[in-house]
Design a protein. Structure first.
Length: 278
């Protein structure tokens, strides 16, 4: 049996009533836990988010995210996910991963609200400064956004250090934009950076998976992706591809809107990078 689930059973009698509700749900639905945010699990179990954190710590985890990773890792030893199996060739796995990505992009088209991405695009186009916050796997998306927005002539900066995120957010003001990237929507440092930026007058945008999560409370504009992360994609491949697709759409919008200014910025960038190529 999954070691983490076994530990839940061992400690069950020592848990309070609310924690037992969480234990019962996880023991009955271990494979369904991965896509859920902490808010959604709290709703499923009719308990508070703080109770879920206490439950995770009782099991030796630092928090909810580590609990999910622990369960996913142990489950993955039996079978990587519902489609990828031991014995599959590398090319067969590639085909299955490609299909997962395609499904995520199609689902994201349904989850992403047209009015929200239009508001995000216009806010970025008119911003004096665009700050993008991402931690862990989301840092790669934040950096990609910085590179693209800079090429389009925007003053864009990505921050993947939690202290730098807070420092930067404290200096933003009205007319600036702060973007928080978090698949789970529960990255505490990213959520707190958005709150600081918002309190200082900056417009806030989040790029996150659909569903209830803490980041929504600090976001003026919400850009939803829709990806079902399976056990093999705990590092968020599907969500990352969907997020990058949205970043690409925003970048191309900026290029079209800024027209000659954007084209000049792109040409200046390419000229500056010529010496970096053979």
């Amino acid at each position: 049996m999954n070691r983490t689930l076994l530990q839940v059973k061992v400690l069950y009698d020592k848990m309070g009533r609310a924690e037992k509700k969480i234990a019962d749900w996880i023991l009955s639905h271990p494979g369904d836990l991965i896509p859920l945010s902490i808010c959604e699990l709290a709703e499923e179990c009719n308990c508070s988010e703080a109770t879920i954190v206490r439950f995770a710590r009782r099991l030796g985890c630092s928090g909810y995210q580590e609990l999910k990773i622990s369960i996913a890792r142990d489950e993955g030893k039996k079978n990587v996910d519902d489609t990828v199996k031991k014995g599959d060739s590398c090319f067969e796995i590639f085909e299955k991963v490609s299909n997962d990505i395609y499904c995520s992009l199609e689902k994201t088209k349904g989850a992403l609200k047209k009015e929200e991405i239009e508001k995000a695009a216009n806010a970025i186009a008119n911003a004096e400064i665009v700050s993008i916050y991402g931690l862990g796997n989301s840092a790669a998306v934040a950096i990609d956004a910085q590179h693209k927005f800079l090429r389009a002539g925007c003053n864009a900066f990505a921050y993947s250090d939690n202290h730098m995120q807070a420092i930067n957010a404290s200096h933003l003001k009205k007319g600036d934009v702060a973007i928080g990237v978090s698949h789970s929507g529960s990255s505490k440092d990213v959520v707190e950076a958005l709150k600081i930026a918002r309190d200082n007058g900056a417009a806030t945008i989040c790029l996150t998976n659909e569903g209830k999560s803490p980041i929504l409370k600090q976001s003026d504009i919400v850009l939803f992706t829709a990806s079902n992360e399976t056990r093999h994609s705990i590092l968020g491949l599907n969500s990352r591809i969907a997020q990058l697709a949205i970043i690409d759409a925003l970048y191309l919008y900026l290029v079209c809107q800024k027209d000659d200014l954007a084209l000049k910025a792109i040409e200046d960038t390419e000229r500056a990078l010529l010496s970096k190529k053979y």
